[in-house]
Design a binder for this molecule. Structure first.
Ligand code: NDP
Length: 461
């Protein structure tokens, strides 16, 4: 196993940085900092892309490539009300996080051999939020006005992410070495600010990364989708089938993530990445404002969708008929006809299998699967989903991403942004994970790669 730290390679801007500097973390000193153009560029590029998408989605031509329709004035971006709304939202989700949980789960073992505890009450937070929003709408809350506020809300969320990341960076300065993440501690302030220094920043038992990972952003995303659906109903008399599908698929995705909240404890974000701008901005701004892009597009560019095509799209996404929350019976019947179709089935099957195995390898659901041992004592699955490709969960996620875009038709590239971006993200993420696993498992990882040669798509990649 290659030790972390002295020879750990830079991620993101690292390879670019090597054009100018040594590129090895251990060779840098605070006075001779390596350039980190990748991280610095992403600090600007990610928010700029988000605002570009928000502006383009509401413009007539909705052109993904090319300049934005116009550059907004500061007055259009900045609103104290939007900031107050974002802070109230964070406060509400934090209060729901602190409510008694149905279960408290233990995380993976840390460097100092300890384990942290995490409340499993994310789904409860989703249900309580839905109840509160439902009551609010009945009492006259103008939810359908939310789409008009997306620009200032995104600006406020970006501002919060920057300030929050700065506080996290400062907090990490006084954290013990054992609390630091494997990456994000290069000595280059921009790179470390971006990647995140501390692995699990907490105040008492409140875990900031775990809180942000699935709650304010994901629940905010489906709330924005719902507001767009309501505005479409106001504009056109009823929501379109395409809008129902996008809302339904994405609600299933978010509900599933929160229902299986415990599974996040074995993901890269929690076990490997520090908490910095990359995750804070991603969780609090990027996810709610860019993942709702298909619904934003549909509000301004209605797309007729027939039942046969809708049925095929449902099959591609994959739904469980049980528990579908979509009201129109024809949509429910589509899901019941194809109770477990492609994308979701692979995604959920793969994630649950790995999570069950990591929690308890003797669990009867995974005990019969073939494994190989590693020098660390942890074993790797080489059959079941993880014997098909090395990241079957990414494959399922990508198939679902395609199904989210298809209801928007094929006349514009814009609704496919998520699919394109997500493919790039998962290919890059897969490469990062491979490097980490190679460091962790050495020869055993090579053996796994020989046994399971494809990364994400069987026989293709
Ligand atoms: P994974 O859940 O795939 O976790 C990777 C880890 O799993 C590895 O580091 C390794 O850790 C373990 N592992 C890898 N191979 C095996 C094996 N054969 N047997 C047992 N354990 C193995 O990674 P992510 O955190 O990237 O993804 C989690 C989910 O989140 C995915 O479904 C992904 O698609 C989704 N996702 C969604 C995003 C979105 O924006 N919508 C963004 C990012 C991810 P170890 O051995 O240490 O346990």
């Amino acid at each position: 196993m290659v030790p972390q730290g002295s020879r750990a390679e830079l991620e993101f801007g690292g390879p670019l940085g090597r054009l100018w500097g040594s590129g090895r973390v251990g060779e840098w000193t605070p006075t001779r900092l390596p350039p980190s153009p990748g991280a610095a560029a992403l600090l600007l590029l990610l928010p700029a892309t988000m605002f570009h998408l928000l502006l383009v989605a509401r413009s007539g031509p909705a052109r993904l490539l090319g300049p934005p329709p116009y550059l907004p004035e500061l007055e259009e971006l900045w609103s104290p009300w939007a900031l107050l709304l974002c802070l109230t939202w964070l406060g509400l989700q934090a209060a729901l996080y602190l409510l008694p949980a149905r279960k408290v789960a233990e995380g993976q073992e840390l460097k100092d051999k300890s384990r942290l505890s995490y409340p499993i009450n994310g789904f409860q937070a989703l249900v309580l939020t839905a109840l509160l929003v439902g009551l609010g709408v009945l009492a006259g809350l103008p939810l359908s006005a939310l789409p008009e506020m997306l620009l200032p809300l995104a600006f406020a969320a970006t501002l919060i992410a920057f300030i929050f990341s700065l506080l996290l960076y400062l907090k990490a300065l006084v954290a013990p070495a054992s609390a630091l993440a494997p990456g994000g501690n290069s000595g280059n302030p921009i790179y470390d600010f971006f990647l995140g220094r501390e692995l699990n920043p907490r105040i008492c038992s409140f875990d900031f990364k775990y809180f942000c990972e699935l709650r304010p952003g994901l629940i905010g995303w489906v709330l924005i989708n719902l507001a767009l659906l309501m505005q479409e109903a106001e504009l056109r008399g009823s929501p379109s089938l395409a809008m129902w599908l996008v809302n339904g698929f994405q609600l299933l995705y978010v509900g599933d993530a929160l229902w299986h909240e415990e599974a996040v404890l074995t993901t890269m974000d929690i076990i490997h990445d520090g908490f910095g701008f990359m995750l804070a901005f991603g969780d609090l701004a990027w996810v709610p404002f860019t993942y709702s892009l298909q619904a934003q597009f549909l509000l301004y560019h209605p797309e007729p969708l027939g039942l046969p095509l809708a049925s095929v799209i449902c099959l591609i996404n994959g739904q469980s008929g049980r528990g579908s929350t979509l009201p129109p019976p024809f949509i429910r019947s589509l899901f019941i006809q194809h109770p477990r179709a492609v994308g979701y089935y692979i995604f959920r099957g793969a994630n649950s299998q790995k999570n069950t195995f990591r929690k308890n390898p003797s669990d009867p659901r995974v005990a019969d699967l073939e494994t190989i041992s590693t020098a660390t004592g942890r074993r790797l699955l080489v059959s079941g989903w993880w014997g098909m490709v090395r990241h079957p969960n990414y494959l399922g996620d990508l198939i679902m991403a395609l199904a989210w875009s298809l209801p928007c038709g094929v006349s514009h590239l814009l609704p496919y942004f998520y699919l394109l971006y997500f493919t790039a993200l998962l290919v890059h993420r897969e490469a990062r994970d491979e490097q980490q696993c190679l460091r962790k498992y050495g020869l055993a990882w090579h053996a796994y790669c020989r046994r399971v040669p494809y990364r994400i798509v069987p026989y293709i990649y």
